[in-house]
Write a protein that binds this ligand. Structure first.
Ligand code: ZN
Length: 394
């Protein structure tokens, strides 16, 4: 059951998983042994972990070789595959699904854990955000030598990370807050009227030693410009998390920022692809928090294809679509696509967004006039599209 779910979740995640699973099946201690003697950073959270791990790997490569599960295979066997593939790398940057972070941390004894955010992802994955945070917290307390680089703006992350022995707080700027209107510690409403959120029980936003602001990272009196090719304020936040984590391993922030400036796509995301008469930009959004970030990136002059599947890896329940602010869409034309195009179409109708429902995204693309198109797809839909239209991109 667990194995089946795993293989379905990784879906098109790639061949790296197969090697990883074989290694684990042969030797349960593989992860521990492969990790031994290296400096390991684990990157986890609900949104942004693939992007942040790519940015961090780029920053670390400016100083030495890095093993990295670049394909986004973020289960324990993905970590094994990455470490096995690059046995001589001094550093490893491993993206880890938040549900597996505790078990992977116990195996690899990381130097640093990067904790980005904790919000709802798949409604049917069973675990409440708060219980995930509690399990993480226990894992962090067990590792006194490890540093946690944690998002000070996310109350759930603060509640989980605050008891850890060493925490470096990072302010990533504005963020998703719908899941954190109440205090994770006591359940009371959070006071967010002040600049820093706080609760009567004492849980409050810690003072950050790294802050993302105005296209730069600010730390202890220094300002380091961060000129990203990746769009959006949330990617600046991801970059600052990466720069702060790299600094924990001795990488100068200027050097790290220069490495990040070279990156223009993350595993196919943000890349512009020519497909027939269209110039397509492929974006991934798999939950309401991801959509809250993505909606601001969409170009009003462009047509938009939204592609939604509901396979195991996506979560079978599509009711998360009702928490997405589709009312704010301003795209020139909207197409509802994917295996759950009908669910999406219904949601768009309630949002009063004129749209056309066509299950096959490429058929929908053919119906649009030539020109630029944004495509926003959830997890398995993204990987299907990447295979169909993105051949040859890295
Ligand atoms: Zn409280």
């Amino acid at each position: 059951m667990a194995t089946a779910r795993l293989s379905q979740r990784v879906g098109a995640g790639g061949g790296s998983i197969i090697g990883g699973r074989v290694t684990l099946a042969l030797d349960p201690g593989a992860l521990r042994r492969l990790a031994s003697g290296r400096e390991i950073v684990l990157v986890s959270g609900t949104n942004g972990k693939t992007t942040t791990s790519h940015l961090l790997a780029a920053a670390m490569r400016s100083t030495g070789s890095v093993a990295h599960n670049a394909s986004g295979s973020n289960m324990p066997d993905g970590a094994v595959a990455a470490l096995a593939q690059d046995r001589d790398a001094r550093f490893a940057v491993i993206e880890v699904d938040e549900l597996y972070l505790a078990v992977v941390a116990d195996a690899v004894d990381p130097a640093v854990i990067v904790l980005l955010n904790l919000s709802r992802d798949q409604l049917d994955r069973g675990a409440e955000v708060r219980s995930v945070a509690a399990a993480l917290s226990a894992a962090l307390i067990r590792r006194p030598r490890m540093t946690v680089v944690a998002n000070a703006d996310d109350p759930m992350v603060v509640w989980a990370a605050a008891p850890a022995h060493r925490v470096t707080w990072v302010s990533v700027g504005s963020g998703w807050s719908s899941d954190t209107m109440t205090c994770p510690r006591c359940g009371r409403s959070l006071d967010t009227t002040v600049k820093r959120w706080q609760c009567g029980c004492g849980l409050a936003r810690p003072t950050a030693s790294w802050t993302a602001r105005d296209g730069a990272v600010h730390t202890t009196g220094r300002r380091v410009a961060v000129r990203l090719r990746l769009p959006g304020a949330f990617n600046l936040g991801n970059a600052v998390m990466a720069i702060a984590a790299a600094a924990e391993l001795g990488v100068d922030p200027h050097q790290a920022a220069a490495a990040l400036a070279e990156i223009e796509q993350i595993a196919g995301r943000y890349k512009i692809i020519r497909h027939g008469r269209h110039e397509v930009r492929l974006l991934l959004a798999k939950n309401p928090a991801g959509w809250a970030e993505t909606i601001g990136l969409l170009d009003e002059a462009k047509a938009l294809l939204v592609v939604v599947n509901a396979r195991d890896a996506d979560g079978r329940d599509t009711s998360w679509l009702w928490d997405v602010g589709f009312e704010d869409l301003r795209s020139a034309a909207v197409m509802a696509c994917g295996e759950r195009a009908a669910d999406l179409g219904l949601r768009l109708s309630y949002a009063d967004i004129p749209h056309t429902t066509v299950e096959d995204p490429l058929a929908a693309l053919d119906l649009l006039p030539p020109g630029k198109v944004d495509i926003v797809a959830n997890y398995t839909a993204f990987h299907q599209l990447r295979r169909r239209i993105g051949r040859g991109i890295g």
